[in-house]
Design a protein around this ligand. Structure first.
Ligand code: PA5
Length: 345
């Protein structure tokens, strides 16, 4: 079964970002990496590696960021993420480098891929094709279906990155079918929530959202910012606790003036000190005349919480785009930049 056909079967309308985002749970289980790919990752991990480096830009970097946020505490080796032309000096022959590019043509990612090759690291490629697929002949490669916007392909890429990192770190494989079922149930409940993606989008329409996360939800805050930038073409920021309490909190007095709305991404897994910190931070903001939004998703696992919140906020970004009258699919400036820079190369 080829990639295009999977998308047809899943009923994804490739001309609608809303349709792509609605199918997030199905895309998470649409194309698993084959057993040879994962077996190579497991053997690489067993042979003894010094670290795992996850490479990608924009919509293709976020799978690595989320995965790192979730697995770093359990992994016996460091996990780095790289969004650049080259790899840190420490990455060498005994490293596994997972290179992700939806198009396979992103120049920073191709350059880091070459860097990994020159260091003789063990490389795993996740892509739809492009130059990366041509150059990756000797590396292990997982080909994902074409036709989506890269940022909408997150679940497709995540379903390869997560098991690859688990295999490299010798961790037990997670059942992503179960996660997809939870995501489907969560999405069915959106309408019944006081704070659905649509009510959140309405609240953010005339303001600048500041998404604030803790630990595994820091990449989710970053993803929400990027999705609002790319889909709704409007300004958004992200930050993290506890760090924001040591700097950003002093800017609270200016939030009202700039129409900044803090959106706290709350976790069911907050330790009591962190829970208290979120609450006190919110009180301080309120004292400065700035009311915050607290977003919670009730689930049993860190992974489900991360992905369900991503799905919710992805839909918020699409809803916001529609309210602002912009096309969430088009990324004209990104395309222009890529073209200009390629012409210079
Ligand atoms: O969402 C997007 O279109 C971008 O953020 C791209 O993901 C980014 O430019 C990198 O391209 P690719 O994902 O094809 O490597």
């Amino acid at each position: 079964m080829n990639g295009e056909r999977i998308l047809e079967l899943e009923g994804v309308d490739l001309t609608s970002m809303r349709s792509m985002v609605l199918r997030f749970p199905e895309l998470l289980v649409a194309k698993k990496p084959d057993s040879r790919f994962l077996e190579r990752a497991r053997r690489t991990g067993e042979s003894g590696i010094d670290g795992i480096c996850l490479v990608g830009m924009g919509g293709s970097s976020i799978a690595g960021e989320i995965c790192r946020g979730l697995l770093l505490d359990q992994s016996s080796v460091p996990i780095l993420t790289v969004k650049n032309y080259s790899l840190p000096n420490a990455v060498g022959r005994k490293w596994a480098v997972v290179v992700v590019s939806y198009s396979g043509d992103t120049e920073e990612t191709l350059s880091s891929f070459e860097d990994a090759r020159s260091r003789r690291a063990t490389i795993f490629v996740i892509t739809t094709g492009g130059t990366l697929a041509k150059r990756a002949q000797s590396a292990s490669m997982h080909v994902v279906p074409k036709g989506l916007q890269p940022r909408a392909a997150l679940p497709l890429m995540y379903s390869a990155v997560h098991p690859t990192v688990e295999a490299l770190s010798g961790l037990e494989a997670t059942d992503l079918e179960r996660v997809a079922t939870t995501l489907r149930q969560q999405a069915q409940d959106w309408g019944a929530r006081a704070d659905s993606p649509s009510t959140l989008a309405e609240k953010l329409k005339d303001s600048i959202p500041l998404f604030i996360g803790w630990k595994h939800l820091v990449p989710i805050a970053y993803r929400a910012k990027c999705q609002i930038n790319e889909n709704a073409k409007t300004v958004a920021f992200h930050s993290e606790l506890p760090e924001a309490d040591h700097n950003e909190i002093e800017a609270a007095m200016s939030y009202g003036r700039h129409s900044v709305v803090p959106v706290f991404l709350r976790s069911c897994f907050e330790e009591s000190a962190i829970r208290r910190r979120f609450d006190v931070t919110s009180e301080v903001l309120s004292g400065a005349g700035c009311e915050s939004i607290h977003l919670r998703i009730r689930t049993d696992s860190l992974l489900e919480e991360s992905l369900a919140m991503t799905h919710f906020l992805d839909m918020t970004s699409v809803d916001l785009a529609e309210r602002l009258g912009v096309d969430p699919l088009r990324v004209d400036r990104i395309a222009h930049l890529k073209k200009e820079l390629a012409a210079d190369a």
